[in-house]
Design a protein around this ligand. Structure first.
Ligand code: KIV
Ligand code: NA
Length: 275
C-alpha cells in the first residue's frame, strides 16, 4: 500500500501521480488492476452515479455506502473519501463525528475537504486526530452557488495571489496533498513549485504532480457532455447502448436464448412430470 511518504517521494523524484474517482466495487477493482496510484471516492458521486445536478445533496451516508464498496474492490490502493457538503462546517463536534465515521467505517486512507479559511482548522484537527487530509482549491463544487457556476478560478492577479496563499495555508495546516481544480496552467505550475506537498490537477494543466479525472468522464459512461479538460479514453456509452439494444432485439425476435444458453433435460424424465 502506498502512503503519504510514497507520494512525497514521487513529487521529489518527479514521478507523476495518477488518480481516478471510483464509486463502487467494479470501478475500484479495475482501477486497482490498472495500477492507479490513488482512488478518490468523490462526491461527484451525486452527479455521475446518483443523478443529482450538483454535489450538494450528497450525504455522509451516501459517501460511507459507496466508500465501503470501493475499499472492498481496491484493498491495496490508497483511497481518499470526500467529506460531503456541510459535513465539516456546522461545529467541531459534528465535523469530528462525521470524519470519524467516514474514515473508520470505509477503512479509507484519507479524507478530502474543499476550501481554506475556516476549513484550515478542520485540516489541522483531523490531522491531529490521525486522519490524513487532502485539500481541494480552485473550483470547489460544493460552493458552486457562491462561486456563481462551474468556472475557471484564479484568473485575475488578486484571485491568483489568494489561491497561492490558500495553497500554502492548506499545506501548513497539515494536508498530505492538494487537488487543484480548474485553474490556469501557469498558476498551477507556480503553486506546485511553491508548496512541498503533491498537487493533483483536474483542469489545471500538465505541471501538477499528479492528475485526477472522474471515472465516468474518462470512460464516457453515462455522461453526455465533457468539460474541456477531460480526455475521453473510452466510449462506454456506445459499447453499453449497443449491447443492451442487441439483447432487447434478440429477445423480441426470439433469438435469445438459444440452446447454448439453456438447461436441457431428458425427454423421458420430463414425460413423467406430465403424469
Ligand atoms: O468529487 C470529485 O470527483 C472531485 C474531483 C473532481 C477532484 O472532487
Ligand atoms: Na469532490
Amino acid at each position: 500500500m502506498k502512503t503519504r511518504v510514497t507520494f512525497q517521494k514521487m513529487k521529489r523524484e518527479q514521478e507523476k501521480i495518477s488518480m481516478i474517482t471510483a464509486y463502487d466495487y467494479p470501478s475500484a477493482k479495475l482501477s486497482q488492476q490498472a495500477e492507479i496510484d490513488m482512488i478518490l471516492v468523490g462526491d461527484s458521486l451525486g452527479m455521475v452515479v446518483l443523478g443529482y445536478d450538483s454535489t450538494i445533496p450528497v450525504t455522509v451516508e451516501d459517501m460511507i455506502h459507496h466508500g465501503k464498496a470501493v475499499t472492498r474492490g481496491a484493498d491495496d490502493t490508497f483511497v481518499v473519501i470526500d467529506m460531503p457538503f456541510m459535513s465539516y462546517h456546522i461545529s467541531t463536534e459534528d465535523t469530528l463525528h462525521n470524519a470519524k465515521r467516514l474514515f473508520q467505517e470505509t477503512k479509507a486512507q484519507a479524507l478530502k475537504v474543499e476550501g481554506a479559511g475556516e476549513v484550515l482548522q478542520t485540516i489541522e484537527r483531523l490531522t491531529h486526530a490521525g486522519i490524513p487530509v487532502v485539500g481541494h482549491l480552485g473550483l470547489t463544487p460544493q460552493s458552486v452557488n457562491v462561486l456563481g457556476g462551474y468556472r475557471i478560478q484564479g484568473k485575475t492577479k488578486k484571485d491568483a495571489e489568494l489561491l497561492l496563499q490558500n495553497a500554502k495555508e492548506v499545506e501548513e495546516a497539515g494536508a498530505i496533498a492538494l487537488v487543484l481544480e480548474c485553474v490556469p496552467e501557469p498558476l498551477a505550475e507556480l503553486i506546485t513549485k511553491e508548496i512541498s506537498i503533491p498537487t493533483i490537477g483536474i483542469g489545471a494543466g500538465k505541471h501538477c504532480d499528479g492528475q485526477v479525472l472522474v471515472y465516468h468522464d474518462l470512460l464516457k459512461y453515462g455522461v453526455d457532455r465533457l468539460p474541456k479538460f477531460v480526455k475521453p479514453y473510452g466510449d462506454l456509452n456506445d459499447v453499453i447502448l449497443k449491447a443492451i439494444s442487441d439483447y432487447h432485439n434478440e429477445v423480441k425476435n426470439n433469438q435469445f436464448p438459444t440452446e447454448a444458453f439453456s438447461y436441457m433435460m431428458d425427454k423421458e424424465e420430463l414425460a413423467s412430470l406430465y403424469g
